[in-house]
Design a protein around this ligand. Sequence first.
Ligand SMILES: CC(C)(COP(=O)(O)OP(=O)(O)OC[C@H]1O[C@@H](n2cnc3c(N)ncnc32)[C@H](O)[C@@H]1OP(=O)(O)O)[C@@H](O)C(=O)NCCC(=O)NCCS
Length: 285
Amino acid sequence: MADFTDNKSAEQPINGFKPLSNVDGFPLPTTGDDLSRLSDRVDYTMANGIPMDEDDDDDEEVDEDYVAVDQDDLNNEFPYWFRRPPMHQRTKLDELHPFVQVLTVSNVDDCVSVESAFPEQERCSREKFIYRLNRCPELCLGLFTLPIVGEDQPKPRATLVGHIVATRTSTAFVTDKSMDLPANWQTERMTVENGEAVGHDEYGSTIAIHSLAVLPEHQGKQVGSTLMKSYIQRIREAQIADRISIIVHDHLVSYYESFGFENRGPSKCQFGGGGWTNMMLEFIE
Ligand SMILES: CC(C)(COP(=O)(O)OP(=O)(O)OC[C@H]1O[C@@H](n2cnc3c(N)ncnc32)[C@H](O)[C@@H]1OP(=O)(O)O)[C@@H](O)C(=O)NCCC(=O)NCCS
């Protein structure tokens, strides 16, 4: 059997046939079995272009399981179909059968429950969830878990395990005003005080994240990281903002740096008692 491991030998005829090749100079791993099948099918095609003697047709026997493959279909994808799937160690996140979905106002109760991850003074109120999920649900993302049940059992409701809730602001960083609830949001489209919008500013190019939280019993399972990576990817690809900003406590600075946020120093926010650091992820160069 000829050696097909180098390009030179790939050009040499075998039993009168040019060897199979997916692209010029890169031979497919031809096996003895391949060659015998090729020999059986020489009446169909001859790679060297010389037609066979027609008398040979009578001797043809075709394997029942033989399927003719158009060589053009193989191209460079040939090795893909023969690759084994990558080994994947199941994680605690896999066990949740998670899926990520934009939140709606129907998730207010779920968000209130997830928000219990924060100390009381740092929690977003129920009224603020109603406001934010009404005004800008497209900026709010949830990671849900849906247990797998038998076909005969009723489909369970998905449980919200973690959420990101945000609004837009025209300032570069999260401010106390951007975190506030405008008193008359149900009747007024926008409230401005001292030149700055209160709450969601639909013209703002900064997305201000007010909450990233994970149910305490599901923390440490990569829920927060998965959610944040998914969020950043969605915003980046949709090109709907220049940056994402968030205020964090010092012990989480490195956590946010791992997603690409930069430490921009102390925040002026006094929400929840203050002591925050500005983190920013810029999309514009
Ligand atoms: C912070 C939070 C969102 C992280 O979500 P999570 O799903 O638990 O985190 P992940 O499993 O994705 O990532 C784990 C990593 O986060 C970091 N981390 C999480 N909580 C942390 C904490 N309290 N202090 C320091 N690092 C922390 C660590 O680097 C940790 O890595 P490790 O498991 O190797 O120690 C979650 O713990 C939470 O809801 N906390 C309470 C609310 C809060 O503080 N939110 C952040 C607002 S800025």
